[in-house]
Design a protein around this ligand. Structure first.
Ligand code: SUG
Length: 430
């Protein structure tokens, strides 16, 4: 008789908000630059995100969600001297500071991998799951996410017997959360090797993750032997603005591009020493160039273990459309490899802003008891997914040009969407 594993990973996805748009706000994010100024489709974007959540839930995995943030963020705009009602603040900011207004209106909180860094209970000194909300200090449009993210984390993971939720690291030291975090552990509920990847400034694109923030997070979370590893300058220059664009880890597998890390020999040796059954599945540049990996988001896939212990990659469909990546997947994923199956999902609207399947989720490894302590309205079953789908269908705009962001009707629509979501959360309570 097999017993159910005591821990499982639950993915909390950011529900894509009604102001999803292509304003080209992220220097170094090539997809976002390429699609800047285009029409976005917020409703389709959110439905694609929900369909991905449904796919994972259908595969037997735990699925939760975060709410979209209140956008445009009038409270943030007030800090720039705009006053009056929210509508007056927004109207003046739109006229006088259109770039600032676009930054205040961004739906970027959808990329939940940037919400926080999470150290699961088996790794930490006090046996609780620790979260540090990411300051996202490098990009103006992301720098005002953390207060609402912190509120949501404290609400969802409120039970201090299991969870500790920390304030952000001081903003001088950039931190972009779990997008630069990896954990190797076998079994998954054993103590893991935690890795944080930082960038060195000085290249053509900003390095968003500082080494100081990585070390601060290990200290706060009570991680004894965490590894801080430098991302390679080539990867950053090629558009890997987060490590999760060129590497992903799960259980004892590190799946990474050959050029992901500055000193991979030292990194691989340190990992091998700490993780005896480590498998490094490295994709050579001769088979998939950094450019193809970044354009397809091969490594921004979710590497998961299904209830039957098969391992699967949840990949963006762009991987099937990128010839070198398709060839690599066809010859390396299957019954004989460490990864048994590939599932392709359509999150194209998010991809056009540089956010793949893995960007949209925050992984939280939970014991059965800790999972029961999670706020139940943020955990999804089929009915919960249906509810979200209906609300999105009723309240999200179909299309949005960056120039539509200044329409008062859009702001009002955003408020109506939040009211509907709040109501749905109440309904979801047992
Ligand atoms: O921070 N895009 C996000 C994408 C984040 C992806 N997350 C992970 N890799 N985990 C970013 O660059 C584009 C928004 C705009 O340009 O309007 C944006 O913010």
């Amino acid at each position: 008789m097999s017993t159910a594993p005591a821990f499982r990973e639950v993915n909390f996805d950011g529900l894509i908000g009604p102001t999803h748009n292509y304003a080209g706000l992220s220097l170094g994010n090539l997809a976002a630059a390429l699609h800047a100024g285009e029409l976005s489709q917020p409703r389709k974007a959110a439905l694609q995100g929900i369909a991905k959540m449904r796919t994972l839930h259908g595969l037997g995995l735990g699925q939760g969600f975060f709410l979209p943030h209140d956008r445009p963020n009038a409270g943030w705009l007030r800090q720039f001297g705009f006053d009056g009602s929210d509508a007056q603040v927004c109207a003046r900011a739109w006229t006088e500071e259109p770039l600032l207004f676009a930054q205040a209106a961004s739906a970027s909180a959808m990329w939940a991998a940037n919400a926080a860094t999470v150290s699961p209970a088996p790794d930490t000194a006090d046996g609780r799951t620790h979260f540090t909300v990411a300051n996202l200090a490098t990009m103006a449009h992301r720098s005002h996410e953390w207060p609402e993210t912190l509120r949501q984390l404290r609400h969802i993971f409120a039970d201090e017997r299991y969870f500790a939720v920390h304030d952000p690291v001081p903003a001088r030291f950039g931190d972009e959360g779990a997008a630069n975090f990896m954990r190797l552990a076998s079994p998954v509920n054993g103590p893991g090797v935690e890795v944080m990847v930082y960038g060195e400034p000085g290249g053509r694109f900003p390095a968003r993750q500082s080494a100081e923030a990585c070390r601060a997070i290990f200290r706060r979370h009570g991680i004894e032997d965490g590894l801080t590893v430098q991302q390679s300058a080539e990867a950053l220059a090629a558009g890997a603005f987060h490590n999760d664009v060129v590497a992903v880890a799960h259980e004892n597998i590190l799946f990474a591009h050959e050029q992901a890390f500055a000193d991979k020999a030292a990194f691989y040796a340190a990992l091998a020493q700490r993780c005896p059954d480590l498998i490094i599945l490295e994709v050579p540049a001769s088979e998939v160039s950094l450019e193809a990996a970044i354009a397809s988001y091969l490594f921004n896939s979710q590497l998961v273990t299904l209830p039957d212990r098969q391992r699967a990659l949840i990949l963006p469909m762009e991987c099937r459309e990128t010839p070198a990546v398709k060839v690599w997947l066809d010859s390396n994923v299957g019954a004989n490899g460490p990864i048994h199956a590939a599932h392709f999902v359509d999150v194209r609207e998010s991809m056009h802003n540089g956010g793949g399947p893995a960007c949209l989720r925050l992984r939280v490894l939970l014991s059965r008891e800790a999972e029961q302590a999670v706020h139940p309205a943020h955990l999804l079953d089929e009915r919960g997914l249906d509810r979200l789908e209906t609300i999105v269908g009723n309240h999200w705009p179909e299309r949005l040009a960056p120039s539509d962001l200044g329409l008062p009707d859009l702001w009002a629509q955003g408020q109506a969407a939040r009211t509907a979501l709040r109501h749905a959360l109440e309904q979801a309570l047992p």
